[in-house]
Design a protein around this ligand. Structure first.
Ligand code: GN1
Ligand code: MG
Length: 357
């Protein structure tokens, strides 16, 4: 954090405290996040990544649109929006960077989850988010990142990165290129769903560390990282949860040879979505959920590999090969998910019977 930022921040948000203290916080890959202590008060400060989010005003516009149509009382957890600065704005330009301040919500975040009950609570929270806005006209939301989950466009970006790689194509990189290349059958499915499913208000970044749980993990206190709320398919939100919860190792693990699907947690997730959204969505939407697990794992792996080929220009990395390793990890998870299609179908039938009974 640059010198002088804290003083500027104090002025911009009229923070009445002698001393501010600040430390890095969380494990997000895009913005730089800090926890700020200002006397008795605690905040989250974010150095906003406007290379990734090129239209910050669209984020505020989307949030405004949703707040106009929805009553926070309808959700059993908080959706923390930024604090307005002394000019009434949600973004503050300080020394060339763009910053936001959020109220600090007490609780814990996790990159992985310990048991199926917690998976179920996480899924119910994300499903409730979709449910609350189900009647909203999702197409009035603006795209805060264009083609964010557009699998076709992500394959095009991958193809273009392959043509002009910024890194040496060693054996592993070549192997990963061919692994991801061979998954275009999932793109065909995507294009079919695109023709038939309705767009909903979706969160689009439902990785598990975007929930704040109570200390003992028995309830969800808040749903965070609201920048990617846009029109999307419900399977995106189910899918990113599968990717980050229903696996035996999280996306940063290097032990990809041991990655398996955790079927108890998977079942907890599916049950959470069925319980909240089962009677509310079209049957085809409900049936598309398992595809989301595969598609979101594929798209993240593809984006990690593309970023590796581009020389790590998008995601924050702790070491040069990290994006390649993330792509290897996601490829293994995708394999494991595809291997579980039969078991997942059995699970779906059971749950369907349960909700129609
Ligand atoms: C990014 O910001 P964070 O870490 O929650 C990314 C997601 C990916 C995720 C992979 C705006 O999310 O799409 O799923 O990393 N967000 C953006 O871990 O690209
Ligand atoms: Mg995050």
């Amino acid at each position: 954090m640059k010198e002088g930022i804290l003083d500027a921040l104090k002025a911009a948000y009229r923070l009445n405290a002698e001393n501010l203290s600040i430390e890095r916080f969380g494990s997000g890959h895009i913005h730089k996040t800090y926890r700020v202590l200002a006397g008795q008060n605690s905040y989250i400060l974010q150095e906003f990544n406007d290379q990734v989010f090129r239209f910050p005003e669209r984020i505020s516009g989307n949030h405004q649109l949703l707040m106009d149509h929805f009553d926070p009382e309808d959700l059993p957890f908080a959706l923390p929006l930024p604090v307005a600065n002394r000019d009434g704005a949600f973004f503050t330009r300080l020394d060339g960077g763009l910053y936001r301040l959020f109220p600090f919500i007490k609780g814990v975040t996790r990159d992985a989850i310990a048991e199926a009950g917690q998976a179920n609570r996480a899924a119910e929270a994300f499903a409730r988010f979709v449910l609350v806005f189900l009647q909203a006209d999702a197409e009035r939301l603006q795209d805060t990142i264009i083609d964010f989950h557009n699998l076709e466009k992500r394959f095009e970006q991958f193809d273009s990165a392959r043509r002009t790689p910024q890194v040496r194509l060693d054996r592993t990189t070549k192997k990963m290129i061919s692994v991801y290349d061979s998954r275009r059958d999932l793109l065909e499915k995507y294009l079919n769903y695109k023709k038939e499913l309705p767009l909903r208000v979706t969160h689009n970044d439902t990785k598990i560390n975007n929930l704040i749980f109570s200390e003992n993990m028995d309830r969800v206190n808040a749903l965070i990282d609201l920048d990617t709320i846009m029109a999307g398919f419900v399977f995106y939100d189910f899918g990113d949860l599968v990717r980050t919860v229903a696996c035996t190792h999280d996306e940063s693990s290097l032990d990809w040879d041991s990655i398996q699907v955790d079927m108890d947690k998977y079942s907890g997730l599916l049950e959470g979505f069925y319980t909240v959204l089962g009677g509310q969505m079209h049957a085809r939407e409900l049936a598309s959920l398992p595809y989301g697990g595969e598609m979101m794992t594929l798209i993240m792996g593809l984006r990690f590999l593309t970023d590796h080929l581009n020389g790590n220009v998008y995601y924050q990395v702790h070491y040069p090969l990290q994006n390649l390793h993330r792509a290897q990890n996601q490829a293994a998870l995708l394999d494991a998910l595809i291997g579980k299609r039969g078991e997942i179908q059995v699970l779906e039938s059971k749950l369907k019977q349960k909700i129609t009974r």
